[in-house]
Design a protein around this ligand. Structure first.
Ligand code: GLU
Length: 445
């Protein structure tokens, strides 16, 4: 395999799709060595096939706002790879959504889902619809109009969407209601459902909890402990909430959270009351974090700054792709940070990852660290298919086991001769080997 040649050809075919090209480049770089040890992969042109989605649906969504004005949004579903199971991955509603972002997310999802050990392929979808400031009725009308287009291409054994940024329990409810009406069936076609109608306990917490289980294993391997450590988190949505909750339960201190408007510093660490307030803040639909400091005077808001200005032991990006850049990484390292784990998808830029790896600090990528969310979606699918529901402890135990297995796979494939674990390489190689082998065995399709 010649990484540069493949990248040049992809750049020519998909000009300007920078997030997608970034995600592909990272994977190809990590797998080059193992790929070249498998001439059967080269012969079947696995790399050329694995970097392109199976298919993409693009559609227009029209809906009427509260003023009676007609609104038009663009929407997509990328069905990336189904070698090991039905397409699986979330829906993102955010003004930044475009094809490049959804292709990068569904490409990453393919390997992430493979790492969970559950039978799920990779997909992702969404729209440039901005939920911020919309009324509940507007959200419902948009979700219904979106599902009117999407329903024909999804199904419990075909493609199973879920939440992502801008799509939480409320949106999944509206989407599911419309699917059920159109398809006239009550099946596990979406995950993240309400607990009384097919959802799984622990699913809302799962991405953050799983992230912290992974961090615990990383720290343990490095002979360290999470208790008393200062953690900076970016974001204040569902993922940040779950991460803050589990970290605090484990005895760590959340000293920073952030939003698009700035950062909140909490020198003594967040209390459980503060953590629960994140849910109210998110439900207010304003996408700002500053009201936190008005409610809790022991915290401090700084406008226009990121969570990475706050001195911490562990940095946990929990919001967006590329939210931590090379300068942020340098700043964190200078401030004494010795661990960074992406709970957001591709939270760090390649420059930031290089800074962390060159400094030999613990760094793990989103496709391993945040896989607990989709893994618990997989457990929701299992419960739906069996028509039963498990208790919280059972789901949490399974989640914990899955995260331990993912950590183990990363160590197995990512340990360098001198002992440093390159978790990026470990996650990419482990995920790739599974998907590539399945593709090989299924022939040229
Ligand atoms: N959007 C989440 C992710 O990035 C969850 C996907 C799912 O549960 O299907 O993995």
């Amino acid at each position: 395999m010649n990484v540069q040649k493949i990248m040049t050809s992809l750049e020519a075919k998909h000009p300007g799709e920078k997030e997608y090209l970034q995600a592909v480049h990272e994977v190809l770089e990590s797998i080059e060595e193992v790929y070249n040890q498998h001439p059967e992969f080269e012969k079947a042109r696995i790399v050329e096939r694995i970097v392109e989605p199976d298919r993409i649906f693009t559609f227009r969504v029209n809906w009427v706002d509260d003023n009676g004005d007609v609104q038009t949004n663009l929407a997509y579903r990328v069905q990336f790879n189904s070698a090991i199971g039905p397409y699986k991955g979330g829906l993102r509603f955010h003004p930044s959504v475009n094809l490049s972002i959804l292709k990068f997310l569904s490409f990453e999802q393919t390997f992430k889902n493979a790492l969970t050990t559950l039978p799920m392929g990779g997909g992702k979808g969404g729209s440039d619809f901005n939920p911020a400031g919309k009324s509940d009725e507007e959200i419902m009308r948009f979700c219904q109009a979106f599902m009117l287009e999407l329903w024909r291409v999804i199904g419990p054994d075909t493609d199973v969407p879920a939440g992502d940024i801008g799509v939480g329990g409320r949106e999944i409810g509206y989407l599911y209601g419309m699917f059920k009406k159109l398809a006239r069936e009550h099946t596990g076609v979406l995950t993240g459902k309400g607990i009384t109608w097919g959802g799984s306990l622990i699913r809302p917490e799962a991405t953050g909890y799983g992230g912290l289980y992974f961090v615990q294993h990383m720290l343990h391997k490095a002979g360290k402990n999470i208790e008393g450590k200062r953690i900076a988190v970016s974001g204040f949505g569902n993922v940040a909430w779950g991460a803050a909750q589990k970290a605090t339960q484990l005895g760590a201190k959340i000293v920073a959270i952030s939003g698009p408007d700035g950062v909140i510093e909490i020198p003594n660490g967040m209390t459980f009351e503060m953590i629960d307030y994140l849910l109210d803040l998110r439900a207010s639909n304003r996408d700002i974090v500053s009201p936190f400091a008005e409610k809790f005077p022991e915290s401090k808001f700084t406008a226009g700054k990121k969570a990475w200005i706050v001195p911490c032991d562990i940095a946990l990006p929990c919001a967006f792709q590329n939210e931590l850049n090379g300068d942020d990484a340098k700043h964190l390292i200078a401030n004494g940070t010795w661990c960074c784990a992406e709970i957001s998808n591709m939270g760090c830029t390649p420059e930031a990852i290089k800074e962390f790896q060159d400094a030999k600090i613990l760094f793990a990528p989103g496709k391993a660290v945040n896989a607990g969310g989709v893994a618990t979606s997989g457990l929701e699918m299992t419960q739906n298919a069996m028509h039963i529901s498990w208790g919280a402890q059972e789901v949490d135990d399974r989640l914990h086991q899955i995260m331990e297995n993912i950590h183990h796979a990363c160590v197995q494939y990512g340990t360098q001769p001198e002992g440093y674990v390159n978790y990026v390489k470990g996650a990419n190689v482990a995920g790739f080997m599974k998907v590539a082998t399945a593709m090989l065995e299924q022939g040229i399709v």
